[in-house]
Design a protein around this ligand. Sequence first.
Ligand code: HEC
Length: 160
Amino acid sequence: MREQYWLNRIMVLALLIVGLTLASCGGGEGPPQPPPPAPPEYADKHMPPDYWNNPDIIAEGKAIFIGAQNIDVNCASCHGKDGKPVKAGARDFRRADWMELYSDSVWFWRISEGVKGTKMKPWKSKLSEDERWKVMAFEATFALKGKKYDPEKKAWVPAN
Ligand code: HEC
């Protein structure tokens, strides 16, 4: 009897640990979680205004994203060609409720410096600033197509 009791306890604990580990994996499930604010060196960086909703820029960004420009930079290998993650834990760019919590500065910061403790590594050594804005302009089309981030309103608004 007693043994059964402890066995049950251990099972409950084991399930709890598995659950918590999965929940902390980030990724794209569950309610959206706001990202931390951008550090000071990124807080004032903004997308060049004429990049938003610009088909040429978005096409260049796509070439970077899918590894067509540089095979060493293949965002799609984790985030998926259509923004549907193919590696566990990768941010799901199709979720508007999640991505609209990212300002252009925070988004750019994360591409530049990565996310410590995850598979998302810093890309600033492989991509110029300009290329990072372009790839971001493309990523934003998955959920926020036709919108731009307005730093004054602190919100995503129609691009034109
Ligand atoms: C090896 C897999 C992998 C590759 C390649 C990759 N990412 Fe990620 N990316 C991730 C993971 C995992 C996360 C989720 C990190 C977290 O938990 O916050 C992420 C998150 C992000 C985020 C959101 C940051 C956040 O706060 O979670 C952005 C933006 C992003 N990636 C852009 C890119 C871009 C741009 C590229 C290509 C230059 C790229 N990623 C390549 C795995 C990858």
